[in-house]
Design a protein around this ligand. Structure first.
Ligand code: PTJ
Length: 251
């Protein structure tokens, strides 16, 4: 990998790109993941590659949901595994969540490679290899989940999710926390908590909020959850993208 100078104006974006490329080479990320990354980059560029205030509020509401949940699970695909494996492990630790590999383009080789990659970055247990339950209403491969993982979960973090599956998980009554840079994507639109931010910023941000809120009484966590307005967060993000940074500062 070519060394990227730290003062390069697009340093973070280029590092992210290299991580996805390395993910494809290691058999973690699908080739379609490269296309998804390009799409995400375009939105991130328009957002100014920073966390909006509305995305930070969403990250806090997400942390509150995860701390309140009976069984929180963080769903891991080939892109997020390549981009921020350590941060996923830290999020799972901070919230008591399970990590489960759940792929759009599922192959057993890639599931195993991602589970190994997460373990190399500190995960003690990774779910998703058993795949002994199915999400109702979805075609075969995309529906595969662990019975004691996503199937049983009451709150699921789904970064870069496909809209159909996001809807199907919601239909199972699960609280869905979606991380997606596109506020118009169907998964962001159906989420209880849409975090319109890059996963490389959002995952550690949710973990930070969870550590801050760890000792907070349940009633206060419930109040944070109740005060969060998903539609307002999506509208704010869309305005920031359409109108640029100035509009965001004014709001
Ligand atoms: O590893 P798999 O098989 O589960 O496949 C994963 C991908 C991402 C390839 C698959 O789910 C897919 O094709 O996704 P889409 O339909 O291309 O959607 C990707 C969404 O994620 C788009 O709305 C992008 O804007 C968004 N996105 C891309 N990169 C990032 C992102 N959102 C947050 N952070 C990113 N780094």
């Amino acid at each position: 990998m070519t060394e990227i100078p730290s003062d390069h104006p697009r340093h973070d974006s280029l590092v992210t790109r290299h991580r996805i490329e390395a993910g494809v080479e290691k058999g973690i990320t699908s080739r379609q993941g490269l296309i998804a990354q390009g799409r995400g980059e375009a939105f991130d560029y328009l957002l100014g590659e920073r966390t909006l205030e509305s995305a930070d509020e969403a990250a806090r509401a997400a942390a509150a949901h995860l701390l309140l949940a009976r069984h929180p699970v963080v769903s891991v695909n080939g892109n997020v595994a390549a981009l921020c494996p350590e941060e996923l492990v830290e999020l799972a630790e901070a919230t008591g969540a399970d990590l489960e590999v759940n792929l759009f383009n599922r192959t057993e080789e890639r599931v195993a490679a991602i589970a190994d990659h997460l373990r190399e970055h500190g995960a003690s247990e990774v779910k998703g290899l058993t795949a002994d339950a199915r999400i109702p209403g979805l075609s075969h491969e995309r529906a595969k989940v662990d019975a004691d993982g996503i199937y049983d979960a009451d709150a699921v973090v789904v970064p870069l999710e496909d809209g159909d599956r996001a809807e199907a998980l919601g239909a199972m009554g699960k609280t869905e926390i979606v991380i997606d840079l596109n506020p118009l994507s169907r998964s962001a639109q159906v989420a209880a908590v849409p975090i319109v931010d890059n996963v490389v910023r959002a995952v550690p941000n949710v973990a930070r909020h969870a550590r801050d809120l760890r000792e907070t009484p349940r009633e206060e966590l419930e109040a944070i959850v109740a005060a969060f307005d998903a539609d307002a967060a999506l509208t704010h993000a869309e305005r920031a993208i359409r109108e640029g940074a100035i509009a965001d500062e004014r709001s």
